[in-house]
Design a protein around this ligand. Structure first.
Ligand code: BTN
Length: 259
């Protein structure tokens, strides 16, 4: 399988395409040991797409983009969550290339007009401190119609087709994403440089300046998102303290429309 417009050195160089699979993340984890960094697994349909926190990811046939990338950076386990931010920033840029404005809901959602259009699930295999591989899985709601969403998600989720009114070329968006991803991932992999990624996450944040709920180990606290620091952590002002929130530890919920 080849994707036109792909202009990368190693991201998406090998592409494994399925008409249908249970979950591209699950498959990517099964084969990651034997595959090169940058191998892309994509599917036109997932029968058991996985979201964060054990949720399902609705993956109707050819109506969304469902893919997973295998990465093998030489980084510390504590750095892994930052790969999610690189994915979010790359998707924000790819959508901009298609004249679509989106916001990044730190750390792993892309939202438009307060509704979720894409989500990222980053998983890894490691020893105490050595990473064997990372799988970053992304689901983008490109051409779903309202009826394609489960009832309980209809007011929280949307698709690019619903917001733009036009059919999205899935392969083009995927190629644009991969091109941006490689450019943002290289400096991170080489010397943990996240500068450009953070700039994009900050500049297009759905949270900064807003009241949010931080959910950690079942406890909910309300605060105001102040900023994203240079390490990609979220800074929250609570009633009597300012705290640094590391991604991977928490769930963030906006108090307004956005999820
Ligand atoms: C979330 O927002 O909860 C994350 C959603 C991630 C969905 C993608 S679709 C491709 C890849 N395969 C999966 O099973 N999940 C991810």
């Amino acid at each position: 399988m080849e994707i036109k417009e792909l202009d990368t050195e190693y991201i998406g160089k090998e592409i494994i395409h399925f008409d249908s699979i249970d979950s591209t993340n699950k498959y990517a984890k099964e084969i990651a040991g034997e595959k090169e960094e940058g191998t892309l697994i994509m599917a036109d349909h997932q029968s058991s797409g996985k979201g964060r926190l054990g949720r399902d990811w609705t993956s109707p046939y050819k109506k969304g983009i469902y893919f997973s990338l295998i990465l093998k950076p030489n980084i510390n386990v504590s750095q892994v969550a930052r790969v999610t931010l690189i994915g979010a920033a790359a998707l924000n840029l790819a959508l901009k290339d298609m004249d679509i404005d989106s916001q990044i809901k730190w750390p792993n959602d892309i939202v438009i007009s307060g509704k979720k259009v894409a989500g990222i699930l980053t998983e890894m295999s490691s020893d105490l401190n050595t990473i064997h591989y990372i799988v970053i899985g992304i689901g983008i709601n490109t051409n779903l119609d309202k009826e394609d969403f489960p009832h309980d998600l209809r007011d929280k989720g949307t698709s690019l087709k619903i917001v733009t009114g036009g059919e999205i070329q899935r392969n083009k968006l995927l190629a644009l994403f991969l091109n941006h991803f490689e450019k943002l991932y290289n400096p991170f992999k080489e010397d943990l440089n996240l500068e450009e990624t953070i700039k994009i996450c900050r500049g297009n944040s759905a949270l900064i300046g807003k009241e949010v709920e931080i959910i950690k180990d079942g406890n909910i606290r309300t605060g105001r998102a102040l900023d994203i620091n240079h390490e990609g952590d979220l800074i929250i002002e609570f009633e009597d303290s300012i705290e640094i929130i590391h991604s991977g530890e928490v769930s963030v919920r906006g108090l307004n429309k956005y999820i």
